[in-house]
Ligand binder design. Sequence first.
Ligand code: UDP
Length: 324
Amino acid sequence: MKALITGGAGFIGSHLAEQLLARGDEVCVIDDLSTGKLENVAHLRSHPRFHLAVESILNETVMDRLVSECDVIFHLAAAVGVELIVKSPVETIERNVLGTHVVLRLAARYLRKVLITSTSEIYGKSESIPFTEEDDRVLGATTKSRWSYSCSKAIDEFLALAYYKEKGVPTVIMRLFNTVGPRQTGRYGMVIPRLVRQALAGEPLTVYGDGEQVRCFTYVADVVWAAMHLMDEPRAVGEVFNVGNDKGISIVELARKIIAMTGSSSEISFIPYSKAYEEGFEDMRIRVPSLTKVKAAIGYEPRVQLDETLHHVIDHFLANKSQE
Ligand code: UDP
């Protein structure tokens, strides 16, 4: 199989590329390196079945050729990270909506199967725990730019489902819940790489709000496994799946765990959301996926739990000291 991975030089995309190559597939990556990095795929570049195009997915000429030459598309290219979203809302909306539109139109032209990467932000600040795929979405006002991410990804989902329904394009949607692992950068706001870096540098760990907000962290290898199996499963077409880990932890507890695991002398510094992001910023208190549907469809089971995930991330930071 020849797979096209949009955003394949990003954190998740680079791990997916590795696994596809390992099982014998040919992999073509397109990435504009906006948040992706060449270092993430440096070890793959000499592989005979690996190809890289440093280009935006909005370049339709290049995308037309790449889509025509592939069998399936893993669409991961997107604006991600709450900090980036709050700072650059225009880029977030345009990149997510216009980029997915290009991918789907070309997938329709060549009738290619597409896996769309979506997000648990879709559920917004709903407190109906655990979130199931058919749940209502609860979002804040349009004046709060955080919600533009949820809406831009929701448009991606609507588009993907519409292209399936109306044009017969085989699309599958996976909603990810706080994916973590080596190569994830804290530069765009993701909490674990940020706190691990701070702990190793002996800096205070920045916990936003009261730290009682709960997240479920998913190890990247579990996400990659799910992506590959959802792509291969014919019954997944036209469906939406949560992919994550259903064991939650509060952020303050997470910070304490990271301090203990790194043997750091750092303290915890509580920072109001208004200072961390912007005035009036709204966070969700709790986010837990129901995994019933994805378990039934592909036998998914989160295999790596938080302690092991943190070990992998800490080891990666120690081995790459120059990381931001
Ligand atoms: N967070 C934090 N300190 C940081 C970065 C993030 O306390 O340095 C919090 C953030 O406010 C959120 C949680 O950690 O409640 C997870 O944040 P992240 O950006 O990783 O993902 P999100 O769940 O917001 O998509």
